[in-house]
Ligand binder design. Structure first.
Ligand SMILES: Cc1cc2nc3c(=O)[nH]c(=O)nc-3n(C[C@H](O)[C@H](O)[C@H](O)COP(=O)(O)OP(=O)(O)OC[C@H]3O[C@@H](n4cnc5c(N)ncnc54)[C@H](O)[C@@H]3O)c2cc1C
Length: 400
């Protein structure tokens, strides 16, 4: 027979969001926080496969504000969290065509307001070409440039968060699947796991593409569907080296519908559009040659050197997607149940901010208000789908 344990909180899922929330719950004073991960920390879900792009630029002000709270943590990781998240400052460039220049200016102004004008500016393609000679900017009308943008290592980020959490009392239960959330008289009482029961008054579901399936029997329904997304890596000498003829930024290119970044000094990573068939039990199927070739064809319009660059590797993973491609964050169902999942391909950069805000509102019992007076997590509430309050971009592009 398996023993019953007890905790102040159970976090379900050991990706970057679960690791960050566990850390912040412990910082907020919860003494016994347990992270249940069905596999190993940061190995099964999106976090382990993520591109790790860090950028302020978004098309929705609520996303921009959250990112503005997150980025300083990545930049000062050693002092704030301890350890190394693999942050590399490469500069970030958002590329748009003529029809989206006005939107680019709107989104850049929102980003500047959320952080500062030193952080983001609109430059013309010639300036971008001088900064990053590896780019062919044909068809690009304007560029939003963030000198501090770049990338970090998502697996290192999650493991360093878990290490920091462990130092302040959090424990992990790896290889432990939460089968269902337990409830009595309208309040959470714990979880039933593959290794026995854990009693707890607070359960936080950070189960990514697996959504809220462990609470579905309680009537908690969120429209999160798993989607397979991919990344390919080629050898491109100088891609990440300052002053090189191949130097490239971390980039989202709306004109070709792709994103990419350097990796170290001599590698180059780019997004691969992936087929929608998923089987969560099987894990994400490897990218096919056709999928990678299509991505190479698209990205080589912007980075011509990719055409002849040797493929070094590919990876694919599942993330949970919602109808408005924004995460689900907040209380749902019985008292003591909190959701932070469905990050729809963009959760890595948000993790520090989401975790801090979620832990604060859980421990203080009220929503955290931003500097412009807005409750920062309010737009992301689980109830928005039933209420028809989906998040819509204020200044959209063709692809993001
Ligand atoms: C190829 C790719 C590229 C990406 N690029 C970027 C990027 O450049 N920038 C960015 O910001 N984001 C990016 N993302 C998205 C980002 O990585 C995810 O949004 C983020 O990692 C989600 O973290 P998570 O903790 O919510 O989910 P996950 O990392 O998926 O973690 C969820 C965990 O929950 C566990 N779990 C689920 N159910 C249970 C259960 N019942 N019991 C126990 N454990 C359970 C799973 O095993 C898993 O480990 C990318 C994703 C992919 C796949």
């Amino acid at each position: 027979m398996t023993a019953t344990r007890s905790a102040d909180a159970v976090v379900v899922g050991g990706g970057v969001i679960g690791a960050a929330i566990a850390y912040h719950l412990a910082l907020a004073g919860l003494e016994r926080v347990v992270v249940c991960e069905q596999s190993r920390i940061a190995s099964q879900g999106a976090t382990a496969r993520s591109g790790g792009l860090l950028r302020l630029h978004h098309t929705t002000a609520c996303d921009t504000r959250l990112t503005a709270l997150s980025l300083p943590t990545f930049e000062q990781w050693g002092e704030v969290i301890g350890g190394d998240c693999g942050y590399r400052r490469t500069g970030f460039a958002m590329l748009v065509g003529e029809e989206h220049v006005a939107a680019l200016r709107v989104n850049t102004a929102v980003a500047a307001e959320a952080m500062s004008y030193e952080r983001v500016e609109v430059i013309d393609p010639d300036q971008a070409g001088t900064l990053f000679p590896g780019l062919d900017l044909a068809g690009v009308a304007a560029v939003a440039y963030e000198p501090s943008g770049g990338y970090a290592d998502p697996a290192a980020t999650a493991t360093s968060l878990i290490a920091a959490a462990r130092r302040i009392g959090v424990s992990e239960a790896e290889g432990t699947r939460v089968v269902r959330v337990l409830e009595r008289e309208g309040a959470v009482t714990g979880v039933e796991t593959s290794a026995g029961r854990i009693e707890a008054p607070l359960v936080v579901l950070t189960s990514g593409a697996w959504g809220a399936e462990s609470a579905a029997h309680l009537g908690v329904e969120v429209p999160v569907v798993p989607r397979r997304i991919g990344l390919a890596q080629v050898a491109l000498p100088g891609a990440g080296r300052r002053g090189s003829d191949n130097q490239l930024p971390t980039c989202i290119d709306d004109t070709i519908g792709s994103y990419f970044r350097p990796g170290g000094t001599d590698r180059f990573f780019f997004g691969v559009q992936s087929h929608p068939d998923v089987d969560l039990e099987q894990g994400a199927a490897p990218l096919t040659g056709d999928e990678v070739n299509a991505a190479v064809a698209a990205v080589s319009r912007r980075v011509p050197a990719v055409t002849s660059a040797p493929l070094v590797g590919t990876r694919a993973g599942y993330d949970g997607y919602t109808p408005d491609k924004r995460p689900v964050i907040g209380p749902a169902g019985p008292d003591g149940l909190y959701l932070a999942l469905g990050f729809s391909g963009g959760g890595f950069k948000l993790a520090p901010a989401v975790a801090e805000l979620a832990a604060r509102e859980i421990s203080e019992g009220e929503a955290v208000i931003g500097k412009a007076g807005e409750p920062l997590l309010e737009p992301y509430r689980p109830q928005r789908f039933a209420n028809g309050n989906l998040i819509t971009p204020e200044a959209p592009y063709a692809h993001i």
